[in-house]
Design a protein around this ligand. Structure first.
Ligand SMILES: Cc1ncc(COP(=O)(O)O)c(C=O)c1O
Length: 453
């Protein structure tokens, strides 16, 4: 019976094997796991048997097993040998956990989204559109030349290539598909944005966590990640979601120095863009030509625009732009005209500036109220605060009973062993700071928390 199963498994792997390399075999097994033909707990044949049956060398199979172990697809299980570790769940698993709300809260601070009341009014720009657009061509530049000029004038460095994509997540998705192969190692901040962790898991990357403080990633932790041979480093230069960290120039310079001998591409995700409060610092200043910078317009101008600009070296962006011609092609120029209007209309510039000030104020008022209750909150920028609690579940349940919702911290963890936290979206807290802080302080202590760690 076991032998028959093994032969079925070899037939299956032969069918999935597109190239006779370790990566090819790792991808074949990973595909068989994701399409359900290999099941969690199923035992793999010994390396020599697999090598013989598939016509590969034992060292190729052994290298494939290392890739699969790194990506969490298989593991060694004592006397049972090497087994399929788990069924991959494609999709936004951590993202959904982070948004897991209890009931219908009266105050929902779990979402990380901008306040709709602070987004600019699109109607004047929409009314001005009809004269500007000509939605008829496949052949025009993928980016409106006038929009290129406006974006370049306000970019933190002079990018060799600049393009417009459908939001920061689209940019992260396309860059990752182009730069990261199955089993590659990549560095991310710990904690970080759950959909990025989901995305990296979905391509079979191994995440290496980089610790951070309020000024951004710690240089020695980045060096340790680079020593593991990462191919890309994902950073949020300011308004870090969830911690509120923001790079200072001294820190950015140290990080760039740590990266000096590394071939890794740095991907900076400025997701808060024009409504971030901290200055925008890009590592490109100290590491020119090897940084890709993403600016989202979701928080500043509206998530449903689905727009982000991406600038960086042609060697990184050209393959993305070329590959995109086989899919979406380009970002609708109708939307690009709208963005151009929004970025240049004095009225909208004022509205976005006012929103930035309100977000900064809400963050400060929340932080001060929490400090007054003895709850330490780190970070200095962005739409969220990262609150230490004794027990995430107990804290969330306590808040839920008061009609308040926040995000559990655990989906943001890039590595095991993170102290429990909640992420609270201050961008949506319009009033009642003292009452809210009192409730959150009680919630934070449930389970025995007695003060700062
Ligand atoms: C760090 C980070 N990256 C990306 C996004 C999504 O950006 P976009 O709407 O541009 O895809 C968010 C939204 O909350 C975010 O916080």
């Amino acid at each position: 019976m076991a032998i028959m199963l093994q032969y079925k498994m070899f037939d299956l792997l032969r069918a999935h094997l597109t190239e006779p390399t370790s990566r090819g075999l790792a991808i074949a097994i990973s595909r068989a796991v994701s399409d359900g033909s290999l099941q969690q707990g199923q035992r793999l044949a010994p390396i020599r048997t697999v090598a013989r049956e598939l016509g590969l060398s034992p060292s190729t199979v052994s290298a494939a097993w290392s890739l699969l172990i790194r990506s969490g697809t298989i593991h060694t299980d004592g006397r049972r040998g090497t087994v399929i570790a788990r069924l991959r769940e494609p999709g936004p698993r951590r993202y959904r956990l982070a948004l897991n709300r209890t009931g219908e809260p009266r105050l929902d601070l779990s979402t990380g989204v901008p306040d709709p009341a602070l987004l600019p009014d699109l109607r004047p720009a929409l009314r001005r559109l009809p004269g500007a657009v000509s939605p008829g061509s496949y052949l025009d530049d993928p980016v409106l030349p006038e929009l290129q000029d406006v974006l370049r004038a306000d970019w933190p460095f002079g990018p060799e290539r600049l393009t417009v994509l459908d939001g920061a997540m689209d940019a992260l998705d396309l860059l990752t598909a182009s730069l990261v192969q199955f089993g590659d190692r990549v560095a991310v901040e710990h904690p970080c944005f759950p959909p990025l962790l989901d995305l990296l898991e979905s391509v079979g990357a191994e995440v290496v966590a980089v610790d951070q403080d309020d000024d951004g990633p710690l240089p020695q932790s980045l060096t340790a990640a680079l020593d593991q041979g990462v191919v890309a480093v994902y950073l949020q230069p300011r308004a870090q979601n969830p911690t509120g960290a923001a790079l200072r120039p001294e820190r950015a310079q140290l990080l760039a120095e740590a990266l000096a001998d590394s071939p890794a591409v740095v991907i900076e995700n400025d997701s808060a863009g024009a409504v971030a409060g901290a200055d925008l610092i890009s590592l490109d200043r100290w590491r020119p030509g090897r940084v890709v910078h993403i600016r989202s317009f979701s928080k500043s101008h509206g998530p449903d625009l689905r727009l982000a600009a991406v600038g960086g070296p042609a060697s990184v962006l050209d393959p993305v732009i070329e590959r995109r011609l086989l899919g979406q092609g380009w970002t609708s120029r109708v939307l690009q005209h709208l963005l151009l209007d929004l970025l240049t209309s004095p009225e909208t510039i004022d509205q976005v500036g006012a929103a930035r000030a309100v977000y900064a104020e809400r963050r400060v008022l929340t932080t001060e109220a929490l400090l007054a209750q003895g709850v330490p909150v780190s970070g200095r920028d962005g739409m969220n605060v990262w609150v230490p609690v004794a027990d995430e579940t107990a804290a969330l349940l306590h808040l839920a009973a008061a009609g308040i919702s926040a995000s559990a911290g655990s989906p943001f963890a890039a590595k095991e062993g993170m102290a429990p936290h909640l992420r609270v979206t201050t961008a949506l807290l319009r009033e009642g700071y003292a009452d809210f802080a009192a409730e959150l302080a009680q919630a934070a202590r449930l389970g025995g928390w007695t003060g700062p760690r």
